[in-house]
Design a protein around this ligand. Structure first.
Ligand code: CUA
Length: 327
């Protein structure tokens, strides 16, 4: 019964369909370069799916187009077609072949996912915080936070995605991977970058008016540069801590009452009238029961309608000394 199948016209139609489909695949730059191990595997799987789908698409389309053309009704033909009862052999073939293909795809997909998520013992942990509308990266081992993600080439990085407000989505196209940052849960992503360079981090989930500008960068550097960067960043954090410790020392040093009176007149007497002897917008200060520490804390942090930070460092020590002298 297959003797009459016209292979030549089918082959011609098939070649045309294949050329048109393959042209779309080859002429358009669909994917960014695969710059992580995960992207290499994922993109290879994607192309495997594409080319094998193309084979099935060409076969089905060629037969369909040929049949539509060959057995079309003549203009004056108003009869019903002859009753046909199917073809068991053909039906078995078009059920079994796609089933086998789907099993192959499922197994291949499983292998890719399993390898992409296999944990390396020396993986680097980075916390990713998403919030309207920026990204912050925390390095728990080094105790630092940055606005640019810096990671070493060739080492697996575990990104712990967290959202501080609404749902965002961390996406680096070249890494072939993206993941939602959802409030209340930690979503893990694994990336093993294979090429040094700077890549865009894009928020891929509509998260508010600033969604389209919620971008940041990831820098992939050599292992050596990474260690140097971590050392510099850690030193920076220590220097900042030392500076605030020095400021705290100034604040708790014994203050000068006369200098404190000048500060009080400039910053405080608008609310605490007559150098604190009378209530204005703020309460009277003479007679306060606050201890020295409480005074200092309240001037630093503010309380109720009183703003914090009106006096800092030596000014703070002096104004505390003045208030102590009148209370
Ligand atoms: Cu964050 Cu879109």
């Amino acid at each position: 019964m297959y003797k009459n199948v016209p292979f030549l016209p089918l082959a011609v139609i098939g070649i045309i369909v294949a050329a048109l489909t393959a042209g779309q695949a080859l002429l358009i730059d669909w994917l960014p370069p695969a710059d992580s191990e995960q992207a290499e595997r994922t993109f290879t799987l994607l192309w495997f799916l594409f080319w094998s789908s193309l084979i099935f698409f060409v076969i089905v389309t060629a037969v369909l187009v040929y049949a539509v053309w060959k057995w079309r009704a003549k203009d004056d033909d108003l009869e019903d077609g002859p009753p046909i009862h199917g073809n068991t052999k053909l039906e078995v073939v078009w059920t079994v072949v796609p089933s086998i293909f789907l099993i192959v795809v499922a197994v291949y997909g499983y292998i890719v996912l399993d390898r992409n998520e296999a944990l390396a013992a020396d993986r680097l942990n980075v916390d990713v915080y998403a919030q309207q509308f920026n990204w912050t990266y925390g390095y728990p081992d080094a105790g630092i936070e940055t606005g640019t993600l810096v990671i070493p080439e060739g080492r697996q990085v575990q990104l712990n995605l967290r959202a501080r407000d609404v749902i965002h989505d961390f996406w680096v196209p070249e890494f072939g991977i993206k993941g939602d940052a959802v409030p209340g849960i930690t979503h893990k992503l694994w990336i093993t970058p294979t090429k040094q360079g700077t890549y865009p981090v894009i928020c891929a989930e509509l998260c508010g008016v600033g969604h389209s500008v919620m971008r940041s960068q990831v820098k992939v550097v050599s292992a050596k540069e990474y260690s140097a960067w971590i050392a510099r960043a850690t030193a920076g954090v220590k220097a900042t801590a030392a500076a605030s410790a020095a400021a705290a020392t100034l604040e708790t040093a014994p203050g000068d009452v006369a200098a404190g009176k000048v500060v009080f007149e400039a910053k405080c007497s608008g609310c605490h009238a007559e150098l604190g002897a009378k209530a204005g917008v703020g309460p009277k200060i003479v007679g306060t029961k606050l201890t020295t520490d409480e005074l200092r804390t309240q001037i630093k942090n503010g309380k109720g309608a009183m703003p914090g930070g009106l006096a800092t460092g030596t000014d703070l020590a002096n104004v505390v000394a003045f208030v102590e002298s009148i209370k």
